[in-house]
Design a protein around this ligand. Sequence first.
Ligand code: MG
Ligand code: MG
Length: 266
Amino acid sequence: MNIFLKTEDEIELMRSANLLVGATLAEVGRHIRPGVSTRELDAVADEFIRDHGAVPTFKGFPNPYGSSFPNSICTSVNDVVVHGIPDAATVLKEGDIISVDCGTKLNGYCGDSCYTFCVGEVSEEVKKLLQTTKQALNLGIKAAVAGGHVGDISCAVQDHCASHGYGIVRELTGHGIGKDMHEDPQVPNYGNRGRGPLLKSGMCIAIEPMITMGKSNIYMMPDRWTIRTRDHMPAAHFEHTIAIRKGEADILSSFEEIEKLEGQNI
Ligand code: MG
Ligand code: MG
């Protein structure tokens, strides 16, 4: 395992990249409404990222199957858990949910954050899934302090979601982040307190619970990217990039602009 601790200067560079991700997600959020296609949302994000002097890290990102991700954001609607490919045929409708995952590289450092938006009014049941997943992210962040272990984060996320009877996707995890979007260590959404790599000041990690309303079983579509729930129940995904500190984590990405936009409705 190769965990790179970041200097204060590097953490500030990462903050810039991550705040740009937050601003991009908010810009995409302003365009989310019934009738818009996920390809239109991708165009909004791509232009916004480049206008701010950054590169969308997802575009061209390789997977183990020799395929490069074709777009600048992942748009995952309803039963799509993650890695949904934006396209013209996927048009949002009232009551949908859509997770928008976005990565940027700015001045050599990466940002990575994801938010699940509601399209118009969604059912109370779906709202609860989103609220719980977002709470799990916040509990994971609270557990992420220097001197603790990665398992403290994993356990906090798992306990909260399991107590609501939701499924926890195990095949995909959070991760270290820095000059590369994916660095060591892995940050699973399940595990045991006190286990896993030691958390040290200067570690930067992305915490990203992927939580399902039904069972946690997933499958990959023939496009080799799109991950869906087997039972086709909806899934939620929220992600922040943070820097580990003594006492309290430093959240480098931001939902502030999105939450203003949403009027905190979830
Ligand atoms: Mg992400
Ligand atoms: Mg990530």
